[in-house]
Ligand binder design. Sequence first.
Ligand code: OAD
Length: 247
Amino acid sequence: MESALEAVAERLRGAARVTALTGAGVSAASGVPTFRGDGGLWRTYRASELATPEAFERDPALVWEWYDWRRQTIAACEPNPAHRVLARWSERPGFTLITQNVDGLHERAGSRDVLRFHGSIWHVRCRDGCAASPASWRDDTVPYPALPPPCPYCGGIIRPDVVWFGETIDPDVFARCSEATLCDVFLAVGTSAVVFPAAGLVHEAKRRGALTVEINVEDTPASPHLDAVLQGKVEDVLVELDARLRT
Ligand code: OAD
């Protein structure tokens, strides 16, 4: 671990372009539940059962109950040292932060220009895309007085502006993420690496010549294919890497 950490720090020191892809593990130390593993269930539901257009059509109130609970949970959480290190790194030229997280904690830690692969839980849109409404708008209401919340423009209902299973990634975001795989070092941080297309980015980076590094408390399906695996809590490993970059 020690020599792997130093080798990664060395490559980061000399790197012109660095890209980090984060997942729910980055927010775990803040108290935001991850999707898989311990605490991954809400009531008896898995995320993959609720985060779909079909589930929303069937029972919008149930899906909104889950999102309303997550919004309340996240609102009570603070960014942790992992978010803060990445926010510092985001000031470095050539650094790109891609996140699968919808919680907004990277932005609250000060990261700018975050590429939100799966959207934001703090943005909503009209379910029917009514003509009077903007494509998406920020809504910090916590909790909502009634579920599902009404669309203020047409009286229909709103939905979270997040990407659900079976939906496509915003093409502009996807193009910018894909472009960011052309880098010297690509870090896959706190993600189970099972949800595609996000999980494909680290492999694309490797094909394009990046040093690929995983930071996670456990192995993932990507681990055997990457150049370095730093096993540990992301909030510890990133702080350690950051300290080495400053010396
Ligand atoms: P997951 O919940 O699938 O995975 C979290 C990962 O973080 C696991 O591999 C854990 O081992 C790791 N982990 C947990 N705590 C950690 C810590 N303190 N330090 C380091 N690693 C830690 O979350 P994601 O990979 O983000 O998509 O999930 C991907 C997507 O699946 C999400 O964006 C969401 C979900 O369904 C949609 O909603 C579309």
